[in-house]
Design a protein around this ligand. Structure first.
Ligand SMILES: C[C@H](O)[C@H](O)CC(=O)C(=O)O
Ligand SMILES: [Mg+2]
Length: 395
């Protein structure tokens, strides 16, 4: 049966939240003091925006088909992403049938290998890939999760990321992952403060609620090991992204050094099946956390997940709202999902990609029925009130 072909590819950027969820206004918890690889420089410690955490902005990719259907997706990538899409990647899409996602992915990756492979180029390929899945699912009139093989569960259960696991517990989430505040440059005093914050939160939530620490690449092996050992007493379930994403050897050593039963997790800044192959084969972690908007998109996440399954390693995707939910619904080895608390005080559930997307389904009581995803494509719309900027329109 002849399928529509792709007739146009457009790339836009937009500021203020959206897929670059770090691009928030003053006073938001996500831009407070959180340990980062830049925390060793005191002048970049108090706010993550001080070193440029929100420098990229959101990338919006639209793909239009010959029958008039438009698919779209959002990720982090901003103006650089727009350039890569419109001046380079679009050529591999225009004129192709909407079904040929695998071939388009392979051409985008192979053609950009000389300057890509990870980082913003893979964010960009992910954005294009997700827009292609949205388009194909809309052309077929089905939700994306049905194209992925259908749901393996009726509802998703979530843990919450943010500074208030005590409030997340009241909202019905199964656990809370806190941002670590102090890094190694703040020495023993900082370490004691990190452990004290965990202990206080444990007192607030009781024994059975999961508590985790997100260390956002800020630590070294020695500090991470000491934090894990001290955290065990307070029921720290996992310790996340402690080291540089390039330090596979450090992660392998950390996994051996943490107390029995504590999980080492990482992968939100890793990309492609080859990056995750290193994490898995080197025994770096107990859970991988690819971000579907950064790791290469759904086409790549399917491969990463299969590889992880063969290593008995669960896949709990990082954030990414609907783009994760449609995937998690379909994989036996993704037993729960992350919800990032994007309210400035983490005191209520708000859409992760607010204000950019309309119709983003929200967990209620820490759960989301898969039937809430039953709309064509990823089931979301762009908010017409958000001012999109198209810096590199095709000539
Ligand atoms: C809170 C973390 O520093 C980061 O902003 C989000 C993240 O790493 C996660 O959700 O995981
Ligand atoms: Mg994280």
């Amino acid at each position: 049966m002849p399928m529509p072909t792709i007739t146009a590819v457009r790339a836009f950027t937009v500021r203020g939240g959206g897929a670059d969820y770090h691009d928030q206004g003053d006073g938001h918890w996500i831009d407070g003091q959180i340990a980062t690889p830049m925390s060793r420089y005191p002048e970049y410690r108090a706010k993550r925006s001080s070193f440029g955490l929100n420098v990229l902005g959101t990338l919006v990719v639209e793909v239009e088909a010959s029958d008039g259907t438009v698919g779209f997706a959002v990720t982090t990538g901003g103006e650089i992403g727009c350039f890569v899409v419109e001046r380079h990647l679009a050529r591999f899409l225009v004129g192709r049938p909407v079904t040929e996602i695998e071939r388009m992915w392979d051409q985008m990756y192979a053609a950009s290998q000389f300057y890509g492979r990870k980082g913003v180029v893979l964010n960009t390929i992910s954005g294009v890939d997700l827009a292609l899945w949205d388009l194909l699912a809309k052309v077929r009139g089905e939700p994306v999760y049905q194209l992925l093989g259908g749901a393996v569960r009726d509802e998703l259960v979530f843990y919450a990321t943010g500074p208030r696991p005590d409030l997340a517990k009241k909202m019905g989430f199964i656990g809370g992952k806190m941002p670590l505040k102090h890094g190694p440059a703040e020495r023993e005093e900082g370490l004691r403060a990190n452990v004290a914050a965990l202990a206080a939160m444990r007192d607030a939530v009781g024994d059975d609620f999961w508590l985790m620490y997100d260390c956002w690449m800020a630590l070294d092996l020695d500090y991470a090991t000491r934090l894990a050992i001290a955290g065990r007493e307070h029921g720290l379930k996992w310790i996340e992204e402690c080291l540089s994403p390039d330090d596979y050897w450090g992660y392998a050593a950390l996994r051996k050094a943490v107390p029995a039963g504590m999980l080492v997790t990482t992968g939100e800044h890793e990309a492609t099946r080859w990056g995750f192959r290193l994490l898995l084969e080197m025994g770096c972690c107990d859970i991988i956390q690819p971000d579907v908007g950064w790791c290469g998109g759904l086409t790549e996440l399917i491969k990463i997940s299969a590889l992880a399954d063969a290593h008995a390693c669960p896949v709990i995707p990082h954030g990414s709202s609907v783009y994760s939910y449609h995937f998690v619904a379909t994989r036996p080895n993704s037993p729960f999902a992350e919800f990032l608390m994007m309210a400035p005080e983490a005191d209520r559930v708000v859409p992760m990609f607010h204000p950019l997307l309309l119709d983003e389904p929200l967990p209620e009581g820490g759960r989301l029925k898969v039937s809430a995803l039953d709309r064509p494509g990823f089931g979301v719309r762009l908010n017409p009130d958000c001012a999109l900027h198209r810096p590199y329109p095709a000539a």
